[in-house]
Write a protein that binds this ligand. Structure first.
Ligand SMILES: N=c1c2ncn([C@@H]3O[C@H](COP(=O)(O)OP(=O)(O)OP(=O)(O)O)[C@@H](O)[C@H]3O)c2ncn1[C@@H]1O[C@H](COP(=O)(O)O)[C@@H](O)[C@H]1O
Length: 111
């Protein structure tokens, strides 16, 4: 099953930068620095989100969330994980009860 999601599109672009020119692309430079650096960035961005949610505004939370998702796609690509692997895991957790709830909310006009 494929999804049509901004994160899928971002992942494609980010993954395509692997082995690219570090002078031409921040993402290529990040891959060149290695997994430790990418993982560190993911950790930093997660902390920045936590801080933004507590003491900064909604705009900062959105901006930091975008930074985290970008670095997370880079970490997935470096580890040969695809967004679909993660969506499949989420769908499995969601289970049929989640799908039933979605149907029922749609019927009630809540979605
Ligand atoms: N979505 C992003 C994106 N989000 C954040 N960033 C970069 O991530 C960095 C995070 O901010 P920091 O302040 O932590 O950066 P920094 O201090 O320079 O980072 P380090 O020195 O710690 O590595 C910034 O330099 C941003 O430019 C991004 N860089 C690229 N993209 C997208 O990635 C794709 C590929 O872009 P290129 O990297 O230009 O090829 C494009 O679609 C871009 O839109």
């Amino acid at each position: 099953m494929t999804t049509d999601h901004t994160l899928d599109a971002l992942y494609e672009i980010v993954a395509s930068r692997k082995g690219g020119d570090p002078e031409a692309s921040y993402t290529a430079k990040l891959f060149a620095k290695g997994r430790k650096k990418i993982a560190q960035k993911v950790g930093e961005e997660a902390v920045e989100i936590a801080i933004a949610s507590l003491v900064e505004g909604k705009a900062e939370l959105i901006s930091e969330s975008a930074d985290l998702l970008y670095h997370l796609t880079a970490l997935w690509a470096d580890c040969d994980v695809t967004p679909e692997d993660v969506w499949a895991e989420l769908r499995q957790r969601f289970g049929t009860s989640g799908l039933d709830e979605k149907k029922s909310r749609k019927k009630k006009g809540e979605m």
